[in-house]
Design a protein around this ligand. Structure first.
Ligand code: UDP
Length: 243
């Protein structure tokens, strides 16, 4: 019997803003369920984006399969349904890794640079994952001093993130999309080693139409630009051939 066929969804381990995580009868695996709920501004703005859960589930898995095929280890095991995926159970490293190719969002604001200005090289930033603190930006010495990661692991995180950026940038450009910036999370496997975890979706990436510069991501929700569902459907159509 396959791993998936033997699976029973157990207790909920965690409920976040956009996903729920359930235990399974295999202690090394869990199920992620993607919700349509959307939040922004550190939870202050709340809403629903119809169809988002299914799109983010399928887009994430599609991109993780691509990354796996290019040698990036991920937590993905098996897509179970429209909004549910079986993943390896990991301990999430409490960092949001942000890679940026073009100035936008908080970087543009902080440094007084207009959005849309390309940068001379990819910028990698880290934020400490703590909702109550508003995920503050930290540097490598904070991370090592606080024991959130160590030098060798951080080196892997940073080189994997840059490699992921190159693979995704090229792939998305083939779909007429500019990868402006995105957020990654990594997890530790019980036996050692790290894998890419969490999601890669229009919730966690800035994706602009390569020709028109139109925003096709969660900024439409964050900034009340309208056409939110349509933007998610457009990403689904371009990457998966279905909307
Ligand atoms: N991002 C994310 N989750 C967060 C914060 C940021 O997925 O909690 C993503 C966001 O979608 C964007 C990138 O990380 O693609 C950089 O976000 P930024 O720091 O500019 O923050 P924002 O302007 O979204 O507050």
């Amino acid at each position: 019997m396959s791993v998936t066929a033997a699976l029973t969804r157990g207790a909920m381990l965690y409920e976040g803003k956009a996903k729920m995580v359930f235990a399974t009868d295999n202690p090394e695996l869990c199920v992620v369920l993607y919700k349509d709920d959307a939040t922004a501004l550190n939870g202050l703005k709340k809403g629903r984006i119809a169809g988002k859960g299914a799109i983010n589930n399928r887009v994430t898995n599609h991109l993780m399969r691509l990354l796996e095929s290019r040698g990036i280890p991920t937590h993905l095991v098996d897509e179970l349904g429209d909004r549910e995926t079986l993943v390896k159970r990991v301990t999430i490293i409490p960092l949001e890794v942000i890679a940026r190719n073009i100035a936008a969002g908080s970087l543009a604001k902080r440094l007084g640079i207009p959005e849309g200005v390309p940068m001379k090289r990819t910028v990698v930033e880290y934020c400490y994952k703590d909702d109550a603190l508003g995920d503050p930006m930290v540097n490598e010495s904070h991370i090592i001093a606080m024991g959130w990661s160590d030098e060798a692991e951080l080196e892997s995180i940073s080189s994997l993130s840059l490699k992921i950026n190159e693979i995704l940038k090229d792939y998305l450009s083939g779909a007429g999309l500019t990868l402006v910036d995105f957020k990654l999370e990594f997890g530790r496997l019980p036996g050692g080693g790290i894998v890419l975890a969490d999601e890669i979706s229009p919730d966690t990436c800035r994706l602009w139409d390569a020709k028109t510069g139109e925003r096709l991501d969660k900024d439409r929700f964050r900034r009340d630009l309208g056409g939110v569902e349509e933007a998610y459907a457009e990403i689904s159509a371009r990457l998966l051939g279905v909307s």
